[in-house]
Design a protein. Structure first.
Ligand SMILES: Cc1cc2nc3c(=O)[nH]c(=O)nc-3n(C[C@H](O)[C@H](O)[C@H](O)COP(=O)(O)O)c2cc1C
Length: 188
């Protein structure tokens, strides 16, 4: 992407990419993603996050085999973990999920800006996913994997978009409205 792109362009360009080229992601790009993640806001500036970076076909195959909803051919993964012990006060410890989610979103937007494709694989709060991820990656009990960013060069293109919906916006105070017919669930 060129310098003239605005922050909105990058935000709208971030889409879930689930098909990847057979090409490794360079270490410096993975480090940029980590820089973006660790630029996120955090309650009481507590930075309760830690990251496990997984690369290499063999390691990725093992990780993938434990993830039912993530059998995609990404060459790399960054596991965003929360370590509430790292937070510097009780209030901050309670916000580790939000802090780590902010880090994850920063990472995903940065990936779009770097021409990479990525998708957020949900882990927390499902014990059936947390436990195998902990076990495979040797993550101790006091550290909880929040989610995994699969990362690679994209082999599919998705158009930028927002899902702006005026119905979901209340100006000044919450305005009670008739419920709308539910949209069909989509997973794309
Ligand atoms: C908390 C969370 C968990 C998710 N888990 C998965 C997942 O396990 N597998 C997957 O393919 N996509 C997963 N996604 C991606 C969503 O399916 C995707 O963001 C959504 O369909 C909207 O598409 P978009 O990301 O292209 O805007 C997850 C997203 C979030 C925020």
């Amino acid at each position: 992407m060129t310098e003239s792109r605005t922050v909105m362009d990058y935000i709208l360009a971030r889409r879930s990419v689930r098909r990847y080229q057979e090409r490794e992601v360079e270490r410096d790009k993975l480090e940029l993603l980590l820089q973006a993640a660790m630029a996120a806001p955090a309650a009481a500036n507590s930075e309760p996050w830690e990251f496990v970076v997984v690369t290499g076909q063999e390691a990725m195959d093992v990780l993938r085999s434990h993830l039912l909803f993530a059998r995609y051919n990404a060459p790399a993964a960054i596991v965003v973990c929360g370590n509430p012990e790292r937070a510097n006060n009780t209030a901050a410890r309670q916000f580790w999920v939000q802090d780590c989610s902010a880090a994850m979103e920063n990472l995903l937007i940065a990936a779009a800006g770097l021409g990479l494709g990525a998708v957020w694989i949900g882990v927390y709060p499902l014990p059936s996913v947390i436990n195998p991820v902990r076990q495979v990656l040797n993550i101790p009990d006091e550290v909880t994997p929040l989610g995994i960013a699969y990362v690679g060069y994209p082999a599919e293109e998705k158009p930028p978009r927002t899902r702006y919906d005026a119905y979901k916006v209340h100006w000044q105070v919450y305005e009670l409205r008739k419920p709308r017919a539910k949209k069909k669930e989509r997973h794309v």
